[in-house]
Design a protein around this ligand. Structure first.
Ligand code: FES
Length: 316
């Protein structure tokens, strides 16, 4: 855990604020790479993940961008309404589940809305290393386009295309057209709302893109039907069997029995609760594991995932 101070809070675009975080003692912050995120412990008790969107070469600050989500369960509203300049916050060290494939010859970056935060960091990194890339950034309107000036004032503005749903300069991105050319040396990176992300991934795959060349990061859980049936989990170390009712998550049911699993997002996004499964069929409801990882049926996120079988044996 790192204690940081909010050095600056800026209204970056409509409903989007950036927070510049510095170490309270003035020490350098841990290094990070493009695509990294941190856990932010919000004063209201919630923990949320935010991508770092400053230059990875900087060690004196972390910059995060936060969209006020009207469907917020308290995270983004807590950041917008309760966190001010001069406040202290507790954060985790950066982690990266959305890394650049530095060996690739070309990179195609697609951002939807606030999904620009890790994508911008990647674009700046690729520009700094002289890599070949293009950035396509889709938002609802120019007023809701964070970092517009930063991108237009950058040395890679000729590589960036903006798409607005409404208002001045409105035009739609031709995603199928962008993904029509399949090149094994090109890697695709996409971040944004679930619908945008799922459309981009599905289009790329249907056009024949290799899954290994498709990199993505969810900001919110993918819309998936929740299995609400009851089942049991067995703890392999003790043989203890714990019933999971339809109303409880595995994490909640285990906590009531004194078995604590570390959690953070509680939405299947961050992977903090990842737990090995030794037996049983998993119903994956997360956005963290890749389809290939889910198909292995050997780990799950008990904050939201459940069982297809009557029992799951957990490596606990
Ligand atoms: S707590 Fe984030 S995936 Fe379970």
């Amino acid at each position: 855990m790192i204690t940081v101070k909010v050095a600056r809070k800026v209204q970056e675009a409509e409903d989007i604020c950036t927070f510049e975080l510095v170490d309270v003692t003035g020490c350098p912050l841990p290094a990070f790479s493009a695509g990294s995120h941190i856990d932010v412990h919000i004063p209201n008790g919630l923990t949320r993940q935010y991508s770092l969107c400053n230059d990875p070469g900087e060690s004196h600050r972390y910059l995060i961008g936060v969209l006020r989500d009207p469907m917020s369960r308290g995270g983004s509203q807590g950041m917008h309404d309760s966190v001010h300049e001069g406040d202290t916050l507790h954060i985790s060290a950066p982690r990266n589940h959305f890394t650049l494939a530095h060996g690739a010859k070309r990179h195609l970056l697609l951002a939807g809305g606030i999904g620009i935060t890790p994508i911008l960091c990647m674009a700046e990194r690729l520009a700094a290393t002289g890599s070949d890339f293009d950035l396509h950034y889709c938002t609802r309107s120019k007023a809701r386009t964070a970092f517009l000036d930063r991108i237009q004032g950058s040395g890679f503005t000729h590589r960036a295309a903006f798409y607005f749903d409404d208002g001045e300069g409105a035009r739609k991105a031709d995603i199928p057209g962008l993904l029509s050319k399949v090149d094994p040396d090109t890697h695709l990176y996409v971040c944004g709302p679930s619908g945008f992300l799922e459309f981009v991934i599905a289009t790329a795959k249907s056009n024949g893109w290799n899954s290994a060349n498709i990199h993505f990061e969810y900001f919110a859980p993918a819309a998936k039907p929740q299995q609400a049936g009851a089942f049991q989990v067995k703890l392999a170390s003790s043989g203890r069997i714990i019933p999971i009712s339809a109303e409880k998550t595995v994490v909640e049911a285990l906590a009531e029995c004194g078995v604590e699993i570390p959690i953070s997002c509680e939405q299947g996004v961050c992977g903090t609760c990842l737990t090995r499964v030794l037996e049983g069929d998993i119903e994956h409801n997360d956005s963290y594991l890749t389809p290939e990882e889910q198909a292995k049926n050997d780990q799950f996120t008990p904050c939201c995932s459940r069982a297809k079988s009557s029992i799951l044996v957990l490596d606990l």
